[in-house]
Write a protein that binds this ligand. Sequence first.
Ligand code: GLA
Length: 728
Amino acid sequence: MMLAACLAQGSAQAAPVEISTRNSALLLEATEGKPLAFLHYGSPLSAADVKSLTDGARSATDSYPAYGNYPENEPAMSVVMPDGNMTLDLVVAGPAARSAESDGSTIYRIPMKDRVYPYSVTACYRVYPDDDLIESWVEAVNNGKGNVKIMRYDSAYLPITGRDVWMTSLYGGWANEAREATEQLLPGVKEITNTDGTRNGHYSRGEVMLSLDGRPQERSGEVIGVAVEYPGNYKLRVVTDAGRRNRLYAGVNERNSWKTLAKGEKFTTPPVAFVYSDKGMGEVSRRFHKWGRERRMAHGTTPNPVLLNSWEGVYFDINEPGMAQMMKDIASMGGELFVMDDGWFGGKYQRNTDNAALGDWTVDTRKLPHGINGLLDEADRQGVKFGIWIEPEMTNSASELFEKHPDWTVQAVRRDTVKGRGGTQLVLDMGNPKVQDFVFNMVDTLLTRYPRIAYIKWDANAPIMQHGSQYLPADRQSELYLSYHEGLLKTLKRIRAKYPDVMIQNCASGGGRVNWGLMPYFDEFWTSDNTDALQRIAMQYGTSYFFPAMAMGSHISAVPNHTTYRSVPLKFRVDVAMSGRLGMEIQPKDMSEADKEFCRKAIASYKEIRDVVQLGDLYRLQSPFDGKGAASIMYVAPAKDKAVYYWWRTDNNYGTVPQRPALDGLDPDATYRVTELNAIDNQPIPLEGKSFSGKYLMSNGLEFPVSHSLDWGKRVDYASRVFLLEKQ
Ligand code: GLA
């Protein structure tokens, strides 16, 4: 199986490269002329550990295995040289270079080259010491004359030296994103891949947790969190051999995506992020959240606003009085932003349903006679900000854009066109610079012409439906997926350079684009098209493994729910929505005055706790995936003076006793006063206004009623509780 290439031990030129964070360390050995060797990733190392490991106390393995010399081994990279040679033999070509970045991170670059061919690969590591996060990627350069074909090009390779390694991954589908799967890694290969082409978050996620010592725990145990920071097709695979040694490979899914490198061309793989913690999955999540907010998201340290999105309220039925009424209603409930969703554009082709006009981004004045400015004036009058939906990477065969530029779409030669949503949707080839300019100019025009637009919802509702680029030459067709995402990222970078302040939501048929590759350009994502509160608990819980609450669009919607047709009480819907970035996705004019009043109060309460939810530390207390009849999380402010505790009953069978878990993350010595938010019971519950020590709460929890005490006729199923804890 996998070769543990024994490398020179204790040689005079041995050059350890120690890349450490506050609570973790990666140790490599970069000796010129030898393969780059991996010695350790995990707990921090002492000077004695480093010395002994470098002196050969433990056999090193190749840190970036290449295909060819021991072909039975699983490679991280494989190439075809210009003369047809399929072997790659990489050795360290010089000392590691270190550069300090302006954001406090440090980049290490270790040059490697083929022993014979003019082909080089640089192993790159970027370390964020305070976040305990290390990114890994490679840069390949063809220094020779002929073309090199790169057939496989993982960003990262990691031997995992745990005793009993378990993997937690996320799977699902449209409207059912981010369900948890946990399994023990047994001999064989476990692969998690994405092949959608444009999106990558529905069926699986490019992030996993690896628990090194048995079944993953929230609060204890060694865990490595891994996240592929790429918006396109990814692949994560773990190869476990008979000796239960595990090797992780992570990066782009190379399926039908080989890359040709001509003379002098360079190819950079996307980064893969690693976090190690010995404090369980919870701590790994908190590390990712903090790093994400502070380093990886647009405006990740400024809380996101409470909004109303028009989609579930009116779908395509956009018109001026309707939009004005929605703006007035959300303003009256305390909302801060109104987002006009799909249906506002079109000329020759009208956007009355999902089968026309994508690409024709001019306002449909038959629906909106006073145009966007009319709506912006109304938003000003109501005192809310205004946002707008676009789907820039797409078109319909029924559109003026397609009539003018049929050559801009993804389309294989000599094949019938494969169409998506509405029977007409087509994907624009983002690899084509003309398409990139078109998309940039469209957004540029919108934001220049209407500078009061504060928010964009950027959607993507089709996968790559046929492999074919009308832009790429015949011998580069395999680069369709790579060039699509290179073009997309380039365009987003251009937009962000010119419009750093606008808020942008990342949406792709719901949670199809929840990945760290895109988040630098976005403020948040639409977690799922499924807004059913009960199912949302699981989806948001799974999504929280790697993404913070402030990024998770979480909306109160109508019942019966438009996806599941389930009716759960308004309080329950509000209590779930309030655990993420709160919003509404409903027709307010169909709500009763009592329901509006309940939401008005809840929005006011949310504003009080918003900083804790959106910027605080998440502690997961009870998993909905455990089947214990309840789910629970809490957020704690960094100063530990304020916390919000959520509890939702997920199993409503008579006679079941749902869990009320102990709290976490509090200051054991502090005293916290309990206030129930969104209370509906006839009387305040006995806990109301009482104080407890952090220590008591973290071992006993709170004993609140698991159902609501209401008059007959007003009783509800699916009880839920939200408590504010304030330090006295
Ligand atoms: C996608 C999005 C929805 C909505 C529709 C509009 O499905 O996920 O939120 O914007 O498109 O067509």
